[in-house]
Design a protein around this ligand. Structure first.
Ligand SMILES: Cc1cc2nc3c(=O)[nH]c(=O)nc-3n(C[C@H](O)[C@H](O)[C@H](O)COP(=O)(O)O)c2cc1C
Length: 182
């Protein structure tokens, strides 16, 4: 069983990115479990003085969840051409740990825009030594949609297939990554 941790970079109750990661969890292909980590709003602002023995419990929970996972999927909006502070803060808690190093990661996109944030997030995650899966990009256009419409779009057969195929591709990348590092 391949265990994947999914993070949404939006804290909005009606977030399209959170809906996308929830749908990825519901539609996980056989042999794979996708678990959504929802603690980003509870994370204190990263401070290097609070690492080691002083690491806050919510940060430890995130670090352990990433360390345990075989791979990480991130779906995140763009704010002012950048990565939302909540997600960047979560990633900052992982920078000086081993959890992210060579951890397979895939980006998913709920907006057809957000090109600056996509590039910035990829650069941040590569810099943190995540092994970024870049062969396939999952994009489901949910920008500006309200929850009932979001769920209808995510329920469409073509989108369900796209989600399964993206996660299957990522599972192959995770296996290949594990084989090459063993
Ligand atoms: C403060 C703020 C800044 C934004 N800046 C951008 C931007 O620079 N580029 C863009 O494409 N969308 C921008 N947006 C739109 C969001 O990226 C878009 O609504 C996204 O789909 C929201 O994701 P969510 O539904 O998961 O919350 C911005 C939205 C907010 C609230």
């Amino acid at each position: 069983m391949i265990d994947i941790l999914a993070l949404s970079g939006s804290l909005r109750a009606a977030s399209t990115n959170s809906a996308l990661v929830a749908a990825l969890a519901r539609n996980a292909p056989p042999g794979c479990r996708v678990t959504v980590h929802d603690g980003l709003a509870r994370l204190p602002i990263f401070n290097p003085d609070d690492e080691g023995d002083r690491t806050p419990s919510e940060a430890s929970r995130l670090i352990e969840a990433v360390a345990r996972a075989d791979g990480v999927i991130v779906s995140c909006p763009e704010y002012a051409h950048g990565v939302p502070g909540g997600l960047k803060n979560a990633l900052d808690w992982l920078v000086s740990r081993d959890a992210a190093i060579d951890k397979p990661a895939m980006l998913a996109h709920a907006s057809p825009r957000s090109l600056y944030a996509r590039a910035a997030l990829a650069e941040i995650m590569r810099t943190m030594s995540f092994a970024l899966y870049e062969d396939m990009a999952l994009e489901i256009a949910l920008l500006g949609k309200k929850p009932p419409e979001v769920e209808r779009i995510l329920g469409e057969e073509a989108n369900q297939r796209a989600m399964r195929e993206a996660v299957q591709g990522f599972m192959g990348f995770i296996r290949a990554n594990a084989a090459s590092s063993s």
